[in-house]
Design a protein around this ligand. Structure first.
Ligand code: HEC
Ligand code: HEC
Length: 268
């Protein structure tokens, strides 16, 4: 028995096991490379050889570098970070334009209209980006788009420099004496709500840390702040880079929006 050779065609066990394995492999190849590809519409009416190549993973056309589609993401422009200390003449030019065309709505010391945000002391990049977005139509406003349409890029930089040079607007609304800020608002502003993917407002808006182009929120009326949050939540306002604000606002309840709007309106 021990003398019997294993690997010989005369051994029926050898013949059946090797033959069986080869048979299964051939059937699997036929199914995987020919039958399934010809049954699948993904391979179209290609020739037998093309279908076999396709099933083996060979690309139908080799990448030539030209087939990448250029889908524009949200087009945004940020000023170079070098403009931290704007020149005095830029501030002067900005002041001249602002006095004639902007201050009646945006004030100099703080907001004069509940619907128009205070700009005094606002970050340069935030003001510049909003003005660019009104000009390009990324942010829509019947009032602001018309006002800013014909302004040169230099005007926008000068206006941003001017508003950043002013002292920060005082709190727009006072909370009654003895009444502290709403606990929900404080928690969302300082800690966020990780379970709902809400980062702390203060991590982007300047109290703790700041993300580029995020405006300082203090000094605005609660009406303006709530209107902007609702517009982000509905997508009506959509000029925020990478949906940073839309993702936050969509998660907030109407009560949270109102309470945060009051919280920031009472902050300087
Ligand atoms: C007739 C009133 C009016 C005048 C004049 C006006 N604005 Fe506005 N501005 C508004 C209103 C209202 C909004 C809020 C619009 C919105 O909801 O998008 C606004 C928004 C802005 C914002 C966005 C601020 C933010 O925090 O998002 C900037 C920046 C701005 N205006 C700058 C200017 C400049 C610069 C001028 C002068 C060239 C000017 N505005 C003239 C009414 C006015
Ligand atoms: C991941 C960063 C980030 C977080 C977190 C964040 N924001 Fe913002 N927010 C932004 C940016 C950036 C903008 C400016 C968007 C633009 O116009 O380009 C903005 C804009 C806003 C505006 C509009 C202000 C104006 O004058 O136009 C409001 C109001 C606002 N955020 C409120 C909040 C509140 C309240 C929270 C917390 C619940 C919050 N944000 C959390 C980044 C953030």
């Amino acid at each position: 028995m021990n003398d019997e050779r294993l690997f010989t065609l005369r051994n029926p066990w050898f013949v059946w096991s090797v033959g069986g394995t080869l048979g299964i492999a051939i059937v699997a190849i036929l199914i995987g490379f020919i039958w399934l590809p010809s049954a699948s519409s993904a391979f179209g009416d290609r020739s037998l050889w093309a279908r076999i190549c396709g099933a083996a993973g060979v690309p139908s056309s080799w990448y030539s570098g030209s087939s990448v589609s250029h889908v524009p993401s949200e087009v945004v422009v940020l000023p170079p970070s070098g403009r931290v200390h704007p020149a005095a003449d830029a501030i002067g030019r900005g002041a001249t334009i602002a006095t004639q065309h902007c201050s009646m709505c945006h004030g100099v010391l703080g907001t004069v209209q509940v619907t128009a945000p205070a700009l005094a002391g606002q970050y340069t990049d935030a003001v510049y980006k909003e003005l660019r977005d009104y000009q390009s139509g990324q942010r829509e406003s019947a009032v602001m788009q018309a006002i800013i349409a014909a302004r040169s890029d230099q005007d926008l930089h000068d206006l941003a420099a001017y508003y950043a040079s002013l002292a920060r607007a005082p709190a727009a609304e006072k909370t009654p004496a003895g009444v502290g800020p709403d606990a929900t608002a404080v928690r969302l502003a300082m800690q966020g709500d990780p379970q709902r993917n809400i980062a702390p407002c203060a991590a982007c808006h300047g109290e703790l840390d700041r993300k580029g182009a995020a405006p300082w929120l203090g000094g605005q009326s609660s009406q303006y702040l709530a209107a902007q949050l609702r517009a982000f939540a509905s997508g009506e306002r959509h000029n925020d880079i990478n949906e940073q604000m839309r993702n936050v606002a969509r998660q907030m309840t109407p009560e949270e929006i109102d309470s945060l709007a009051k919280y920031y309106a009472a902050m300087q």
